[in-house]
Design a protein around this ligand. Sequence first.
Ligand code: ZN
Ligand code: ZN
Ligand code: ZN
Length: 86
Amino acid sequence: MACEHISEITKIKTARKRECEDCVKIGASWVHLRTCQTCGGTRCCDSSPNRHASKHAHASGHPVIASAEPGERWLYCFPDDDFAEY
Ligand SMILES: [Zn+2]
Ligand SMILES: [Zn+2]
Ligand SMILES: [Zn+2]
């Protein structure tokens, strides 16, 4: 069973642009992209130097991200450390 945050998601938000919106501002690079399921912002993963997706989740309280990588269909909840495929 997925946590309540993941269970609440009925429509997956996908990346509007295939880039980290925070890295673009500072000219940094990223490894993988994740899309916030609360606001739809796309940011970089924890393998990237700046870890913007996780910083955004902690700063904003937005709990769930989806992978924005082609072929990956999964959600991750930060507060619950829960993972679900869809
Ligand atoms: Zn959760
Ligand atoms: Zn970034
Ligand atoms: Zn967000």
